[in-house]
Design a protein around this ligand. Structure first.
Ligand code: FES
Length: 616
């Protein structure tokens, strides 16, 4: 086998030399050398985010590269790392993997719950050992505290704790399981953490388990994202890359440990004083956290390895808190409706509402729940990552420089950019706003076609008219012309958005049909998650994302999944409710349903300006 010398030039200028087999891709060569290249679609040739600049010998551009890369890019030596195959020695210039801290939604609304977590601390004064009383330390403790047999690690703590505390110790327990025995009275230090592990971002909070008070909140991007933006890409990575599953677990544990360190530092709490953690996430994230092979989720009938709630030890996962701390993994409903949806059900009290309600958590997948009279129906639609800015030509996450909103004021396009920086791309809420603006102006028609410059109606304002151009990728709308890389919206981007919003709308409709509901029956449409928080309600209605046209009925509840995780950590009653809701929710599988396909085809259309898709 021929080998090639590949020199990777990192963004900071450092050079990493590797020897790689001829015929493999640049992405494979980078991974073999321990380097990361942003591969949002996991090398499926869809996202174009693995662009690198090369000098040297490679196989000719693949059909995917010819489609995604412009002739100008190809002339500058830009290639897709997941497609370009080595044929000789090569220099590869890597771009920065991520830009700036993400604008991550941490806030959310939820009902307060009485604290009844099952985590307790008790101060115990032990009878001193004498020649007349020669019971062992364990037996002496057991006489004062009801407990099941503790793990060996706890028994090993006893002798030192008893003697250092001169007979006074504090016993931390979860129900009847002892988690630590510490010298003296440290009963005031009883903490827990609640996590929402999203495909894109992870949010955690530190709570005082005695009072329920939240002491700190922190968030970070999910480190797994470098290997793929959506769950299908992550499953594929775990399945096909050697040690891929372990790598996925390592990435999420690293992310959690970064957040844990932040939380502890902010509240000045010791890691050993954290005794309980609750975790929610979609079913795939739950599997990857535990390094349980998620492959069955990737093929019909999409069955998870587990749905039930699990309790594991923090030390077993490598989490940097008390190693005996209990990690409460909340239950999943189905392969694509996970514990994060169960947490939203808890936070919004959907298991207890009387009036019909629809709740939608829009991310890479759109999880939808319809609730009525204590009954629940749930489904998931593959909305694709368009709402998170991926697979959009100039798409990006909600970080500094992302266009997050758009308006037309006095005939001029006004863009809102995160942190007021020069625009570098478009995030999900900006995409919805822009398309709403272009629909209103008549630049995009109901079928989603972007009109060419000579087809534009006379009423289109001059500032918008001059931005419509016939570009290398078909008709484009230019948002900013500054710099080397102008920010544009392409016809392809509009199609991506149509697919995403059509899937959400059709999913809602199918669930409403199952529940026997019409749009006028709905008392509320609840939007959970970051997208639901930042999207403008008027724009969501204008593009036909939701089944209602009354803006007052749309309620954003923020990061409800985190709030549900928090409630579950603090309350056994909520954990019991979560278990009942997960078991009772009627899961509706959309794939293969003809009625879904028909609804989806209809829902891809845009409403006429001022109208909405009220066919439900
Ligand atoms: S196109 Fe290469 S990773 Fe997506």
């Amino acid at each position: 086998m021929n080998h090639c010398q590949v020199s990777f030039v990192l963004p900071e200028g450092r050079v990493v030399e590797t020897r790689s087999a001829s015929g493999i891709t640049i992405l494979e060569a980078a991974r073999a050398g321990g380097l990361e290249i942003q591969a949002t679609c996991a090398g499926r040739g869809r996202c174009g985010h693995c662009r690198v600049q090369v000098e040297g010998k490679l196989a000719p551009p693949s059909p995917v590269e010819q489609r995604i890369l412009t002739p100008g890019e190809r002339a500058r030596g830009i290639r897709l790392a997941c497609q370009a195959r080595l044929e000789g020695d090569l220099k590869v210039i890597l771009p920065k993997v991520a830009a700036g801290p993400a604008k991550i939604l941490t806030a959310g609304t939820a009902a307060a719950v009485p604290v009844d977590s099952g985590f307790t601390k008790k101060v115990v004064i032990l009878d001193p050992a004498t020649l007349e009383d020669v019971r062992g330390d364990y037996e002496r403790l057991r006489a004062k505290v009801e407990m099941s047999q503790p793990p060996l690690a706890i028994l090993r703590q006893l002798a030192a704790a008893f003697r250092q505390g001169e007979g006074k110790v504090t016993v931390a327990s979860f129900k009847d399981q002892v988690l630590s025995v510490e010298p003296g009275d440290v009963s005031g230090e009883l903490y827990g953490m609640a996590f929402d592990i999203g495909t894109t971002t992870v949010v955690g909070s530190l709570l005082d388990l005695r009072t329920g008070r939240e002491l700190a909140v922190s968030a970070a991007r999910n480190g797994q994202a470098v290997h793929g933006a959506d769950v299908i890409a992550r499953i594929q990575f775990a399945q096909t890359v050697p040690k891929g599953l372990q790598e996925m677990q390592k990435k999420v544990i690293q992310t959690l440990n970064t957040i844990i360190a932040d939380l502890l530092q902010e509240a000045n709490v010791k890691p050993e004083s954290v005794y309980g953690l609750s975790v929610v996430g979609n079913t795939c994230m739950q599997h990857l956290l535990l390094a349980i092979d998620p492959s069955p989720l990737g093929t019909s009938p999409y069955v998870p390895v587990f749905q039930s709630p699990l309790v594991v030890e923090a030390g077993e996962l490598g989490l940097q808190v008390n190693p005996q701390a209990k990690v409460l993994v909340l239950p999943n409903i189905a392969g694509f409706v996970g514990a994060d949806t169960v947490a939203v059900i808890m936070a919004a009290g959907l298991d207890q509402v009387k009036e019909p309600v629809v709740a939608v958590d829009i991310g890479t997948n759109g999880e939808i729940v319809v609730a009525r009279d204590g009954q629940l129906w749930a489904c998931s639609t593959a909305a694709g990552p368009a709402f998170e800015g991926a697979q959009i030509t100039c798409g990006m996450g909600g970080t500094a420089g992302a266009i997050e909103g758009a308006d037309v004021i006095d005939g001029e396009l006004k863009l809102q950019v995160i942190d007021g920086e020069p625009a570098r791309g478009i995030c999900g809420s900006g995409l919805i706003d822009l398309i709403a603006v272009l629909l209103e102006a008549g630049i995009i028609d109901e079928t989603g076609r972007m009109l060419s410059p000579d087809e534009l109606p006379d009423e289109v304002p001059a500032d918008l008219r001059r931005r419509v151009v016939a570009g290398e990728r078909g008709v484009e709308f230019i948002l900013t012309e500054d710099g080397e890389n102008p920010v544009v919206l392409t016809q392809g981007d509009v199609r991506e958005l149509q697919l995403a919003k059509g899937a959400i709308y059709a999913g809602i409709k199918i669930l409403m049909n199952e529940a026997g509901l019409a749009p006028q029956d709905l008392s509320q449409v609840i939007l959970a998650g970051a997208f639901g928080n930042y999207v403008r309600k008027e724009s969501a209605i204008a593009i036909g994302l939701l089944p209602i046209a009354e803006k007052d009925k749309i309620v954003s509840v923020g990061n409800a999944a985190r709030m549900g995780a928090r409630m579950a950590l603090l309350s056994q009653e909520v954990r019991d409710r979560a278990l009942r809701a997960a078991a009772a929710a009627q899961y509706v599988e959309l794939s293969g349903r003809l009625d879904f396909q028909m609804e989806f085809a209809d829902a891809m259309l845009f409403p006429r300006p001022g109208g909405h898709l009220d066919k439900i």
